[in-house]
Design a protein around this ligand. Structure first.
Ligand code: FPP
Length: 238
């Protein structure tokens, strides 16, 4: 087992925060209670990332598919997002955290977009942890919007539409952010659920049975330890 000081931190950790509903049910509470407690886990993970110098932490907070949930849950989640952004802003400023939201903004309520824009511009000059919340995001949506814009630009420029990996990546909503080195999914589910399909091509996956509202720094550390045991070859030989 590696000592703490020997642990190598991934540049980009992404988390599929799962299990809020099941956690709430176990407590005999409504699903929104689980989402509320889940904010504590978000806070703990941000703290861990700041303390350990992780450069990028992205969190899958709401998928395009989640719009199909009951309206009361959607409304509760959206107001939780706004409330959390306002409440955490002083912490972001103190901890030098740069906040960003990625996803289909046209689908978001106006007050959520306003909260996002305010928090993004207030933290734009910060140089520490890049905290990225994936909201109304899905992997297929991202690839499709990129493909459309790519084709439009090529047609405008009167060029042949050429498929080039590096050129295409510029159109993804995550452009400029290194691909995730480590993807953590909580709650025992072992799938990608239409998340960062392009970006996770060589990401290491870590699955834990811990439900998201119970996920704390010690659980984050276990994921980092597992990542440190991996041998990444990117399809090549040693
Ligand atoms: C998945 O659990 C969780 C979500 C869809 C929402 C995650 C949102 C938060 C933790 C709220 C705050 C986030 C930020 C970034 C401030 P689930 O509802 O699918 O749980 P289940 O699989 O047990 O039903």
């Amino acid at each position: 087992m590696k000592e703490d000081k020997e642990l190598q931190m991934p540049t980009h950790v992404t988390i599929i925060m799962d299990g809020n509903g099941r956690w709430a049910k176990k407590q005999g509470k409504v699903r929104l209670f689980g989402h509320n407690v889940g904010v504590e886990s978000v806070r703990a993970c941000c703290e861990y990332a700041v303390e350990h110098g992780i450069k990028y932490l992205s969190l899958f907070a709401f998928s395009e598919e989640n719009w199909g949930r009951p309206q009361a849950e959607i409304d509760g989640l959206m107001s939780l997002m706004v409330k959390s952004m306002v409440a955490e802003l002083p912490v972001f400023l103190k901890q030098n955290v740069k906040f960003r939201v990625i996803g289909n903004r046209t689908a978001l309520p106006a007050d959520v977009v306003e909260g996002i824009e305010k928090t993004e511009s207030a933290t734009a000059c910060n140089t520490g942890l890049n905290l990225i919340v994936m909201l109304s995001y899905s992997g297929k949506w991202d690839i499709l919007q990129a493909a459309k814009r790519y084709a439009e630009d090529m047609l405008d420029a009167g060029k042949r539409v050429d498929v080039d990996e590096r050129g295409f990546e510029k159109y993804l909503s995550t452009y400029g952010i290194p691909d995730p080195d480590l993807m953590i999914r909580t709650s025992g589910e072992q799938r990608l659920s239409n998340y960062m399909l392009w970006q996770c091509a060589y990401t290491e996956f870590y699955f834990t049975p811990v439900l998201w509202p119970d996920f704390r720094k010690v659980d984050f550390e276990l994921a980092i330890r597992s990542f440190n045991e991996r041998e990444r070859r990117y399809g090549k030989v040693e």
